[in-house]
Design a protein around this ligand. Structure first.
Ligand code: AMP
Length: 111
């Protein structure tokens, strides 16, 4: 079980801010910006590279949840949505998740 499956199952705590039957969103434990939320599907897809045609609707949904949470969290001056897929991207939890970062100016290009 990944750490995110344990959070979804309520085996370990997290600061959950949104949930439905397909996904959950909670604050990142090691925030990289004043707002740093993770949006995680309940169905395990290890990473974007492993997504299939079957995951099309779910992937779209994760982005729309990011949009909705950005509005709810008042990220009106902008925000960044990130998916790390694989070792070169720094992926550390093999359970697909979308990072939503905001409330500070974010540099580009990323490190
Ligand atoms: P990634 O590096 O893209 O795989 O992102 C994994 C993210 O999960 C990192 O930003 C971690 O800080 C975050 N994380 C790891 N464990 C927890 C946890 N127990 N609760 C909340 N966030 C976590």
């Amino acid at each position: 079980m990944t750490i995110f499956e344990k959070i979804i199952a309520r085996h370990i705590p997290a600061e959950i801010i949104w949930e439905d039957n397909e996904a959950v969103a909670f604050h990142d434990v090691n925030p990289q910006a004043p707002v740093h939320v993770l949006i995680v599907p309940k169905r395990v897809v290890p990473r974007l590279a492993d997504a299939t045609e079957n995951d099309r609707a779910l992937l779209g949904k994760l982005l729309l949840v990011a949009r909705d949470l950005a509005k709810k969290l008042d990220l009106s001056s902008g925000y960044r949505v990130v998916i790390n897929s694989g070792p070169d991207a720094g992926e550390s939890v093999p359970h697909l998740h979308v990072h939503l970062l905001g409330k500070r100016a974010l540099a580009w290009p990323p490190g």
